[in-house]
Design a protein around this ligand. Structure first.
Ligand SMILES: [Zn+2]
Length: 399
């Protein structure tokens, strides 16, 4: 059998749509008879029409209108994208394009480089060449119809070095977070720790940028915190996301600090309760339908838990707990835990949520009022984070 060819037509102008439609029809006719020819048509401005990618390569697709996130999949391969974002998750690894995924007249446009990356990841033997306005896809062995989806890919860690830290002081504005006796509010404590932590990080890793999701007492929706972090991702640059919180319990005896990473299987009932408490903020969010968005077991979240990012997040959480344990001589470590925190969902980088202590514990709440104590907390977090970043960056393979 001769080499299989998929002709993919790249087109410069929308006015060619009618011509392309005819070509697609011809291709379909041909495909029906020989099963060998497929056509995908691409905008000249280095975008692929998503619907034609799906159509041309028999990919499966789902799209959430509210969150504007979509997933392409084929056998054990998947790619997750978000309209307006240049970062995609492809088979467990991040891919950062130079352009964002966009919508035009109801159609989704994938940057061409990202589209090619997805096709190569899904079909490792595909050979893509651009000839003028056309991008041709070839399958050299001709032994299967695309997609070739069965090869197990090695799940490589993302090879971009960590160059920035997003520090997210929990709550703010109309959302005070946990409130202790005497009106002590979580949102004020988290902002102080975030400010101290930023300074400590600059001292320890001067070449690393620190970005705070808020610098004053204002309300920010959870998805804004996440999106702000993801927008910072660039090719060859990765980040970490730290959300700072203060815990509260019905039992006034509980004290200590713990660091969480995202999982849909909470460590225990306490972890589940902590996540429920922190996730409550969504009822204060304004946009209608937010709850439904978060309630959906969205594909990006479902995929995140099986990826390298989750493993890296658990290592980061361990490093932070160790750092805190070395500095904090007053209260004990409650360990690394996992739970489903909405603010960590969809963060495309190692991400943790640190509960620095219990506002419901009398002795600990007195300490949480003390700026000196909060600088010790910041110092512990900074030490753990610095060690993680140094190790992470030293392990990156240059290829
Ligand atoms: Zn909180």
């Amino acid at each position: 059998m001769s080499r299989r060819m998929c002709g993919i037509i790249l087109n410069r102008r929308h006015r060619y749509h009618s011509i392309i439609s005819i070509i697609i029809l011809l291709a379909l006719t041909s495909s029906a008879s020989s099963g060998s020819r497929r056509i995908l048509h691409i905008d000249s401005n280095d975008y692929l029409f998503l619907d034609e990618m799906i159509f041309g390569f028999s990919l499966e697709h789902s799209f959430d209108m509210i969150s504007q996130k979509g997933k392409l999949y084929s056998k054990n391969h998947y790619a997750v994208y978000s309209v307006g974002m240049s970062v995609l998750l492809v088979d467990g690894s991040l891919y950062v394009s130079s352009r964002a995924v966009r919508r035009s007249v109801g159609r989704i446009l994938i940057p061409r480089d990202a589209g090619e990356h997805i096709l190569k990841s899904f079909m490792p033997r595909i050979d893509l060449t651009r000839k003028g306005d056309a991008l041709h896809a070839e399958f050299p062995n001709g032994d299967a119809s695309p997609p070739y989806g069965s090869e197990e890919r090695d799940r490589r860690p993302s090879k971009d070095r960590i160059s920035f830290i997003v520090i997210d002081p929990g709550h703010g504005g109309r959302d005070p977070g946990a409130v202790g006796k005497g009106g002590l509010e979580e949102k004020d404590i988290t902002l102080k720790v975030a400010n101290f932590l930023e300074k400590k990080m600059m001292e320890r890793l001067p070449g690393t940028r620190a970005i705070l999701t808020r610098r004053d007492d204002r309300f920010i929706e959870l998805s804004e915190r996440t999106d702000a972090a993801n927008r910072l991702l660039r090719r060859n640059e990765n980040g970490i996301f730290l959300s700072i919180h203060v815990n509260s319990s019905l039992s006034s005896r509980i004290s200590g600090y713990e660091t969480y990473f995202l999982s849909q299987n909470p460590t225990n009932e306490d972890a589940r309760n902590t996540a429920a408490l922190e996730n409550n903020v969504i009822i204060l969010e304004e946009r209608s339908g937010r709850k439904e968005v978060y309630d959906d077991v969205d594909y990006i979240e479902a995929m995140m838990i099986t990826t390298q990012i989750q493993k890296e997040s658990s290592v980061l959480a361990g490093s932070i707990q160790n750092g805190l344990a070395r500095k904090n001589k007053v209260f004990g470590s409650r360990g690394v835990k996992k739970a489903d925190f909405f603010v960590l969902r969809g963060v495309l980088m190692p991400a943790v949520l640190i509960e620095i202590g219990y506002i419901s514990n009398k002795k600990e709440s007195l300490h949480l009022k003390s700026e000196r104590y909060l600088t010790i907390i910041a110092e512990g977090i900074a030490e753990g984070v610095s060690l993680f970043i140094k190790r992470y960056n030293s392990l990156i393979k240059i290829d």
